[in-house]
Write a protein that binds this ligand. Structure first.
Ligand SMILES: [Zn+2]
Length: 319
C-alpha cells in the first residue's frame, strides 16, 4: 500500500462547502471573529490544520449556520489550510493533508519569522496575527485509521486543565509534540503558564467517518460551554445534557521510531490498547524485537503505514 492508496476503511465523510466563509471579517480569508463587546477571553476554534481532516470544517459550518455568537469576549472561527482542502480527491483522500509541507510543524517563531517559503508557511504567516490575539484555542483534527477520539493536551498544566474542562473525549494524551517542528497548539502564545492561555487539540477519530463530524461538533460546543461563552439556550438546543464519564490521562514517554524498511507490528493495534506486561513483544524492526518498556503500556496512535524515519507508535502511561 502506498501513500496514494485509496482509503482502506472507506470515505464516508467528505468536504463541505466553505466558500460562504471565505470573506470573513478579519482581513484574513476564512477567518471570522465575532466580538461580543463584553470583556472576556478570545476563544478560537480552528479547523483544517490538515486539509483532509474535514470534520472540523463540518463543525464550523454547523456553528455558522446556527448563528453562534459569544456573549462575552470574542470567538474566532478559522479554516487553516484551505489550499490543501481544495485539492481533496475521494479516490486519494490522504493526499490533501497539505500542499507542500505540514502546516502543523511550522509554529516555532524562527520558522515563522525568517527563511523558507511554502504554501503552508505563507498561510501560517497570514493567520499568525490573529493567533497572536487568541487566549484559548481548540484545534480540530482527525486520524488516519478508525480509532477512539482523543484530546492532545500538551505538557502544560493549563492544557491538561482545559482537557478536563472539556470533559470528553475520554482519552487525553499528554505529549510534547514532534521533533519535526512545533504544532499550532504548542505555539509560544499558548506556552506561557503565567498567562492563563491554553490550547487543546482534538483528534475526532477516523478522518472519513461521519462520526468524526459529530465528535468535532460536540467538542466545539463543549469548548464554548466550559468557557461560558455562549447563551445557555444555544447549548441546551445543540449540545443538551452530557453524561461525562471519567477521562483517562495518558502521558507519552516516547515514540517508537521506525529504523528500517522492514518494520511490522506483532499484531494489529487500533490505539489505546493497554499491554499489561513489561517486555511484551509489540513489533519487529529489521529483525530487532520491539518490546514494551514498562507494565501497562498504552499504545497511542499507531501509524497507518509505519515508514522508515517516522513514528510507528507512541508509548504511554496512565497517570
Ligand atoms: Zn491533523
Amino acid at each position: 500500500m502506498t501513500e496514494s492508496a485509496a482509503a482502506p476503511h472507506g470515505v464516508h465523510l467528505t468536504p463541505c462547502d466553505i466558500a460562504p466563509y471565505r470573506a470573513g471579517n478579519t482581513g484574513v480569508d476564512y477567518v471570522t471573529t465575532f466580538d461580543s463587546g463584553e470583556p472576556g477571553a478570545h476563544l478560537m476554534i480552528n479547523a483544517l490544520t490538515h486539509g483532509n481532516e474535514v470534520c472540523g470544517a463540518h463543525a464550523l459550518r454547523f456553528l455558522f449556520e446556527r448563528d453562534v455568537r459569544p456573549t462575552r469576549g470574542k470567538l474566532t472561527l478559522g479554516f487553516a489550510n484551505v489550499a490543501a482542502y481544495e485539492t481533496f480527491d475521494a479516490s486519494h483522500p490522504y493526499l490533501s493533508r497539505f500542499v507542500e509541507e505540514d502546516f502543523n510543524r511550522l509554529w516555532d517563531e524562527e520558522t515563522l519569522d525568517v527563511g523558507r517559503e511554502s504554501v503552508e508557511l505563507a498561510r501560517a504567516r497570514e493567520i499568525r496575527p490573529v493567533i497572536d490575539t487568541v487566549d484559548r484555542l481548540l484545534d480540530i483534527h482527525s486520524v488516519d485509521l478508525p480509532q477512539a477520539p482523543m484530546l492532545l493536551a500538551g505538557v502544560r498544566a493549563e492544557g491538561r486543565a482545559l482537557a478536563a474542562a472539556l470533559g470528553a473525549p475520554r482519552h487525553v494524551v499528554i505529549d510534547a509534540g514532534h521533533a519535526a517542528g512545533k504544532r499550532l497548539r504548542d505555539y509560544v502564545r499558548f506556552d506561557d503558564p503565567s498567562t492563563g492561555r491554553a490550547s487543546c487539540l482534538v483528534e475526532c477519530g477516523y478522518h472519513f467517518h461521519e462520526a468524526a463530524a459529530r465528535v468535532a461538533i460536540e467538542t466545539s460546543l463543549r469548548f464554548l460551554r466550559c468557557h461560558d461563552a455562549v447563551d445557555p439556550a444555544f447549548l441546551a438546543e445543540h449540545l443538551g445534557e452530557t453524561d461525562d464519564g471519567e477521562q483517562l490521562f495518558i502521558e507519552v514517554s516516547g515514540p517508537v521510531t521506525v529504523e528500517t524498511d522492514d518494520f511490522a507490528f506483532a499484531r494489529a493495534f487500533e490505539g489505546f490498547e493497554v499491554v499489561p506486561r513489561e517486555g511484551a513483544l509489540i513489533g519487529a524492526d529489521g529483525g530487532k524485537d520491539i518490546r514494551t518498556p514498562y507494565p501497562d503500556c498504552v499504545m497511542v496512535m499507531p501509524a497507518r503505514e509505519p515508514a522508515k524515519g517516522k513514528t510507528a507508535v507512541r508509548l504511554g502511561r496512565i497517570v
